[in-house]
Design a protein around this ligand. Structure first.
Ligand SMILES: [Zn+2]
Length: 212
């Protein structure tokens, strides 16, 4: 009997390599369960609790999700091809220019919203990031993803307000979101918009990411 092959040789190779180097894909963080996702560039991301399970168990878990991972990766890679057709990664010159724009524009927006939120912030940083739009350090330093500049202004503001609201509230509790909604009642619509378009923005990540 002939066996129909479910995956291409390339996919089999990718998966074997992934399992072999599973440790490279695991992010240990404060959480209770293991989760697997596939990032926009087709790379699997595994989030696991700090101490356990052991890598061998994580590999076993990932192996059980082989079909899902390979299909998701194929989907991400094909949409990344679409994005390349729709603009593609920024050239180094474009990246530099966008970063300058981000620094000018977002700095103003942060200064505008901080008094409304009622916080004082620390240093501002701007860099290209693959998996987040902004971040807030315990000391109130804020970082923003330069690629945000490719989003609509109302979306940019929603990330600005989100990060400002993290100052003194380093969590995603109800209290945190109440704080956001007080300043920006349509926050969730804006967040939804970013979720929908976000991946196509990440696709424009400059190929050489050494300008951070
Ligand atoms: Zn947050």
């Amino acid at each position: 009997m002939k066996n129909t092959q479910e995956f291409t040789d390339d996919e089999e190779r990718f998966f074997a390599d992934f399992i072999k180097h599973i440790g490279d894909y695991v992010r240990r963080e404060k959480r209770k369960t293991v989760s697997i996702s596939v990032s926009a560039d087709g790379t699997p991301v595994i989030k696991a609790p700090m101490r356990h399970p052991a890598l061998s168990s994580v590999a076993e878990f990932a192996s059980g999700k082989k079909k899902w991972i390979i299909e998701k990766r194929a989907m991400m890679l094909s949409s990344s091809e679409e994005a390349v057709l729709a603009g593609g990664p920024l050239s180094p010159a474009e990246a530099l220019e966008l970063k300058k724009k981000a620094r000018d524009y977002i700095t103003c927006r942060v200064a505008l919203y901080a008094p409304t939120v009622g916080v004082q912030y620390g240093k501002l940083g701007f860099r290209f990031m693959k998996s987040r739009w902004g971040s807030c350090s315990p000391s109130g330093d804020l970082h923003f993803n330069v690629l945000l500049m490719l989003a609509d202004p109302d979306v940019i503001d929603s990330v600005v307000v989100h990060e400002l609201c993290h100052i003194g509230e380093m969590n995603h509790s109800k209290r945190f979101y109440d704080r956001i909604l007080k300043v920006m009642p349509d926050y969730f619509e804006r967040e939804e918009k970013l979720k929908k378009t976000g991946r196509s923005l990440i696709m424009r990540m400059p190929r050489k990411n050494d300008d951070n």
